[in-house]
Write a protein that binds this ligand. Structure first.
Ligand code: SDX
Length: 429
């Protein structure tokens, strides 16, 4: 196999070195293309462009494979704790018992947020979207921790700025849920594990002891793991490019939350539930909505279906679908929306339109059904996606900074007016 490719244009030949990854992925290194030929590549939305080399996550979209640092998502979801996976993503290896205990203790000691955060938090209008609140509170963290403003201070993977992010995000998310419910805040408890602490802050009450349901705990742990990282997706690429300007980690993560909010990305889990509820309200005619999704004149898309990379089943969707059955069964919830989702999936997968375009259910298709069964309001779903994605975003940002990558700045093909003289007022008609 050749280690270079030739790009021939007119009388010019550019020899592009071929970069080969550890899983055999091949990429043309065109970093010297413009200097040699004056040509740039053109790839709207970077559908075929590798922005970096990375050792964090591997996806094979054709085979439906997802691995973090070499471990399959199935093994991690079925055996690990979310904090173990966060350690793996940030440090590059699974912790041994001592490392894990030390890490869990370190995180446990930093779960409180500065009391002054509550003043900013109280200013949010009731009913304002939780993703807007999380985005604001995340960028506000740099105000409370000014030493985080210098990205070069993060010499250690577990620098305090990173530790605070992993430790305090569950507290911020629980605060958002409490505000939404109009309930008093429940503070973190140091005797609880990471996920149980989050569930206690979210669903516990200050008026009585709250026993964390092991079914909810296990389902939440699995859902957070399934969202932990996904290589160069829209929000991770946003976090990397903001960080490439040497902006601080909190600002970069806040930008990632903004990108995740969109319904084409993480916002899809909220839109899936709203779509299913719309179908139910419309009489449950699934085929009618499948036909709308196929109609090019109708902007309606089947939310939770399709993926930029997976042209096979999203392995996370398989795990979540199984977990949805288990959780709703164990919670004795008979949710007609789940039956509707299964009917919709069945009919869409049997439809040539979806099969031809390799459109399968993605991570967002079933997750909202579990979140709803757990008692989360629909507009909290994407905030839960962000909570899971936190270690992945940080690991991607850290990898970019440690590699000393330069500021990200793509080129363009200009299609506007060519040079023209400045007109007088009269010449403007
Ligand atoms: C996430 O990148 C990641 O890894 C993201 C993520 C992560 O973990 O970070 O996996 C999380 O964001 C999952 C995706 C959640 N979004 C949705 O479920 C929204 C619905 N899906 C679509 O908007 C769409 O599938 C995207 C955005 C996910 C992917 O879009 P692409 O890769 O740009 O694909 P495309 O728009 O070029 O579609 C190809 C064809 C088009 O039809 P033709 O022009 O070829 O006739 O498929 C059609 C599209 O119209 N199509 C759909 C469809 N998705 C694609 N038609 C109907 N319903 C859909 N959902």
């Amino acid at each position: 196999m050749s280690d270079q490719a030739k790009i021939i244009y007119n009388d010019q030949t550019f020899e592009a070195p071929v970069v080969k990854g550890s899983e055999g992925e091949l990429g043309l290194d065109i970093s010297k293309l413009r200097g040699s030929t004056g040509l740039v590549t053109y790839d709207v939305a970077y559908k075929n462009t590798g922005a970096t080399q990375s050792s964090i996550t591997f996806i094979d979209g054709e085979k439906g494979i997802l691995r973090h640092r070499g471990y399959s998502i199935e093994d991690l979801a079925n055996n690990a704790s979310f904090l173990e996976v966060a350690f793996l993503l940030l440090k590059g290896h699974l912790p041994n018992k001592k490392e894990y205990e030390n890490y869990a203790d370190l995180i446990r000691m930093h779960t409180l947020v500065n009391e002054d955060v509550k003043h900013v938090f109280q200013a949010f209008p009731n009913g304002s979207h939780p993703m807007g609140q999380l985005m604001t509170m995340m960028s506000m963290m740099s105000a409370f921790y000014p030493d985080s403003l210098n990205p070069h201070r993060i010499e250690e993977d577990f620098d305090m700025t990173i530790t605070r992010l992993i430790a305090k995000t569950p507290t911020l998310v629980a605060m958002i849920q409490k505000k939404k419910m109009g309930h008093p805040l429940v503070y973190p408890k140091n005797n609880l594990e990471y996920v149980d602490n989050f569930l206690n802050m979210t669903f516990g009450q200050i008026t009585q002891e709250y026993a964390v349901d092991p079914v909810l705990s296990s389902a939440m742990n699995k859902l957070l793991i399934l969202h932990a990282d996904h290589e160069q997706n829209c929000s991770a690429s946003t976090v990397r490019i903001v960080g490439s300007s040497q902006s601080n980690l909190y600002a970069s993560i806040s930008a990632g939350i903004a990108a995740l909010w969109g319904p084409s990305h993480g916002g899809a889990n909220q839109r899936v539930l709203e779509m299913l509820e719309e179908i139910a309200k419309d009489g449950g005619n699934v085929q009618k909505f499948i036909d709308r999704a196929k109609d090019k004149n109708d902007p309606f898309r089947l939310m939770g279906f399709g993926h930029r990379v997976y042209k096979n089943f999203d392995p996370r969707a398989r795990i979540i679908k199984k977990s949805a059955d288990e959780v709703l069964g164990q919670l004795k919830v008979n949710d007609p929306i789940l039956h509707l989702a299964k009917e919709l999936e069945e009919k869409a997968l049997a439809d040539p339109y979806f099969a031809e375009r390799k459109l399968f259910p993605n991570v967002d298709f079933y997750s909202g059904i579990i979140y709803r069964a757990m008692g989360f309001p629909v507009d909290m779903f994407t905030v839960l996606f962000a909570l899971g994605r936190m270690p992945g975003w940080i690991a991607q940002w850290n990898e970019m900074r440690k590699a000393g990558q330069p500021i990200g700045r793509p080129r363009q093909i200009y299609t506007g007016e060519v040079h023209r003289p400045y007109p007088s007022w009269d010449e403007r008609g």
